[in-house]
Design a protein. Structure first.
Length: 395
């Protein structure tokens, strides 16, 4: 029965990360997976996370299952983090959420809910989008349409193209939006553009589904959620998939939340019941450790303040790296890389062809995705010159 199953190709992101790990060249540079690395090339544990973890280790009395919706303090904390504590939708009681195994688990729960409401609904995704969106949502049975998003010529958002394409999205359709720090291109919508999307959703009736995995890594926790908050204030319905992988560094703990903003409290609760039934048939209940840590941080003013200041430091280091990388690339190549400084979060396209990306990997040990997406947070003082020279050499 099983011998008919053949070997599948490696994941386009994780497979390249494995190749980079296996490369024995001392000067290799791994800019593949979106993981924050410090100056020493290590993905650090936040001090606030260590402290919360220490407290939990002392207090923990059981490893019994979590309730299916997860850690209550985490769910409440995430709603406030995403929406702001005094958001109208929260005060009106029309928000609910469940803990999920990472942002991916949250996306999956969102997709299950959408499929339950409208089997085979069309999800409009940005061109390009995170490649995992397609199998993650598509395996539930949802269909896809593309909307124009990134313009390689201007290295920015093609908002006119986006609006024109989204005119085709109607009631029963879903529009998947990156809350901030677009993955893979780093080009985000302005607040005015979010407002146009809200106008279109109101007029045309499509459901926005926001994937926000990088809150706090662009312009700060509140600014990065401004588009989401605007939509939540204006629209009757919204689904959000959030992750604590990057902004709390809880990658391996698989800590995420699926949040529903609904017409009223009753519908918000109905969606939790739908989410729990979907979760039961996929993974039963979420893992505890990461959400206990995140819930502890979000619920404790001292830990929360400490975490926020560590995150600000991380975010400003990334923005500093963007500006250093721009200067180094421009100096090495004589070309314009100003766009790197304008983009947000961990990712940017360098604007190279797949052949150039492969050449960088093979001849220089510089690893990026074939699309030339780089993880800016993998750059440091020790590798930036070599990176810039290598890129200039293949241009
Ligand atoms: C990425 O895009 O590199 C991250 O979101 C990690 C992943 O799972 O792909």
């Amino acid at each position: 029965m099983l011998d008919q199953l053949h070997q599948l190709p490696a994941d386009p992101i994780l497979g390249l990360a494995a190749m980079a790990r296996a490369d024995s060249r001392a000067d290799k540079v791994d800019l593949t997976v979106g993981i924050y690395m410090d100056e020493a090339g290590v993905c650090p544990v936040f001090k606030a996370v260590r402290d919360a973890q220490g407290l939990l280790a002392q207090e923990e009395t059981t490893k019994a299952y979590l309730p299916p919706a997860g850690v209550e303090g985490f769910n409440q904390g995430m709603q406030k983090l995403l929406l702001g504590a005094d958001h109208r939708a929260l005060l009106d009681g029309r928000v609910s959420s469940v803990q999920a195994p990472g942002g991916c688990g949250a996306l999956r729960i969102g997709a299950e809910i959408i499929h339950a409401a409208t089997p085979g609904a069309t999800v409009w995704v940005s061109d390009p989008t995170w490649p995992v969106h397609i199998p993650l949502l598509g395996s539930v049975g949802l269909q896809f349409a593309n909307y124009r998003y990134y313009d390689p010529a201007s290295h920015g958002v093609n908002f006119e193209g986006m609006v024109e394409d989204l005119k085709g999205a109607g009631a029963g359709d879903v529009v998947l939006l990156h809350g901030c720090c677009h993955n893979p291109c780093g080009a985000d919508l302005s607040l005015e553009q979010w407002s146009v999307v809200a106008d279109m959703a109101e007029a045309q009736g499509f459901l926005p589904f926001i994937d926000i995995a990088y809150q706090g890594l662009g312009d700060g926790l509140d600014d990065d959620a401004a588009g989401l908050r605007l939509l939540a204030g204006r629209l009757p319905e919204l689904i959000v998939a959030a992750s604590c992988s990057k902004n709390m560094g809880l990658y391996r703990e698989r800590t995420g939340a699926a949040m529903f903003i609904c017409r009223d409290q009753q519908n918000a609760q109905a969606l939790v019941s739908q989410a729990l039934v979907a979760a039961r048939r996929i993974y039963s209940m979420p893992p505890a450790h990461g959400a206990l840590i995140a819930g502890r941080i979000l619920g404790d003013p001292v830990l929360d303040a400490a975490w926020r200041s560590e995150l600000v430091e991380m975010c400003s280091r990334i923005n500093g790296l963007r500006s250093d990388l721009r200067s180094k690339l421009e100096a090495a190549s004589g070309r314009d890389f100003a766009f790197i400084e304008k983009e947000k979060g961990m990712f940017s396209f360098l604007g190279l062809s797949a052949e150039q990306a492969v050449k960088l990997r093979e001849d220089y040990g510089v690893y990026m995705l074939n699309s030339s997406r780089i993880n800016v947070a993998g750059v440091n003082a020790g590798n930036i010159d070599y990176l810039a020279e290598s890129v200039a050499a293949v241009l």
